[in-house]
Design a protein around this ligand. Structure first.
Ligand code: SF4
Ligand code: SF4
Length: 414
């Protein structure tokens, strides 16, 4: 089998690991209609409403600390972000508190820990002081105004908007500086809101620019496809169809798929983009070819599920676990992970080799159906579609040349 990556590649990524995210609990105090663990999807393990055990969280931290001591890294990445995710993570606050306090006792040269949490905001009134004391970055999920937010219902079927808004106001009033610097918002786009409504709401109420995400398109249950299609709204279309398109584009900048795509294009094809000074000495044609745009294992993060599975990120089905935290040990076999990735990459080689966007590919192989059989990438580009793609960006830049400078100077893409 062709070796695109080896166990050494994985050791190197783990050495530079940027983020560990804990799925703190499967429990949630809301019952959002489009939840990735809800009725629309079938690509996740059965939810047992369990919490992640504290000793499993401590075990993986100890493993990583030993690993980093054995494989020290003094390069540019200094911060390790520890994230708490759910379900609703604040439902298992005990885990968060113990892990944060444990991590604060750890000292590793050249590494510093920072905490972040993604929350639905329902329990913020109880736990905000702890988050402030520990300088958390807080991402609150809310879909806009009360009617925009009507898919985010509580267990009694009531819109969660009033309670969440009350908590956000409390946080802003009690900790104004923290609110300004550490709090951001995350909204899901669907058929009951629009990019414009979401942006206006957060700008007007909190002077913040939200991130806007689409419904997850992977793992939809066959019998729910109609429901999914009714709810799904494409982000680019929502922005382009907005009455204040120009202003919205300016406002959302990289959040706009059009500008994000331009930034990726300029990164790959402008010839003016370097990640580090070392890149200036390397001929990019000497880089080994790896099919697809999938991140390397642990290249973006390590995600730990409530049942101790170790995944490359929270967006993947649990079938793609890279390892397991058991009651006694950490099972992470670097050879096996490399072999599995090599097997998957190989299935894309013939498509990717003749794909014209391979240099700038962002397609994750885990989002392609039939990965274990004969996956077919729906983003493949032949010469003429790549010409169209280039033309689209050139035309955009011709109309708005100011974006070239802004992207090259202001944007960091990793
Ligand atoms: S979706 Fe794929 S490419 Fe993106 S972080 Fe997850 S594993 Fe990596
Ligand atoms: S977009 Fe092209 S390079 Fe990327 S995975 Fe698809 S076929 Fe391969």
């Amino acid at each position: 089998m062709k070796e695109y990556i080896t166990s050494e590649t994985i050791i190197s990524e783990l050495r530079n690991l940027r983020q560990v995210v804990f799925e703190v609990t499967e429990k949630c105090n809301l019952n959002c209609k489009y939840c990735g663990y809800g009725e629309l999807y079938n690509n996740y393990d059965n939810r047992k409403q369990q919490h992640l055990q504290i000793d499993k969280g401590v075990r993986i931290i100890d493993y990583l600390v030993d690993f980093w001591q054995e494989h020290p890294n003094i390069s540019r990445r200094k911060f390790i972000y520890i994230g708490f995710y759910g379900g609703e993570p604040l439902v298992n606050f005990e885990f968060i508190k113990k892990i944060v306090n444990y991590i604060k006792t750890i000292k590793i040269p050249y590494k510093q820990f920072q905490f972040n949490i993604t929350t639905n905001g329902v329990l913020l009134d109880r736990y905000m002081d702890f988050l402030v004391e520990n300088n958390f970055a807080v991402l609150i999920s809310l879909d806009g105004n009360k009617s925009n937010n009507s898919y985010r219902i509580n267990l009694a079927g009531k819109n969660s908007y009033d309670k969440v808004l009350e908590n956000i106001e409390l946080l802003r009033n009690n900790h104004t500086g923290f609110f300004t610097s550490n709090v951001n918002f995350n909204a899901v786009l669907h058929n009951r809101n629009s990019a414009e409504e979401i942006t206006d709401f957060f700008r007007g109420k909190f002077n913040k620019r939200p991130s806007i995400g689409e419904l997850n398109t992977v793992g939809i249950a066959k019998e729910k496809k109609d429901m999914f299609l009714k709810m799904f709204t494409n982000k680019n279309e929502s922005i382009v169809n907005s009455e204040q398109y120009e202003k919205l584009q300016e406002d959302l900048f990289l959040e706009t798929p059009e500008i994000y795509s331009l930034a990726l294009y300029l990164k790959q094809y402008s010839g003016n983009f370097y990640n580090t000074y070392n890149d200036l000495f390397i001929d990019e044609n000497d880089w080994p070819f790896i099919p697809t745009g999938t991140c390397l294992p642990f290249g973006k993060k390590m995600f730990v599920t409530t049942n101790g599975k170790i995944l490359p990120c929270e967006r993947l089905g649990h079938t793609y676990a890279l390892g397991q935290i058991t009651d006694t040990e950490i099972q992470l076999d670097f050879e096996e992970i490399a072999n599995n990735y090599n097997k998957w990459y190989a299935r894309f080689e013939s498509q990717c080799k003749c794909c014209f966007i391979k240099k700038g590919c962002t397609k994750c192989m885990f989002t392609v159906d039939n990965l274990n059989d004969q996956p077919v990438c729906n983003q493949f580009m032949n010469e003429s579609s790549f010409d169209q793609y280039t033309k689209k960006h050139m035309e955009f830049l011709r109309k708005k040349p100011q974006y070239y400078k802004k992207i090259i100077e202001d944007v960091i893409i990793e």
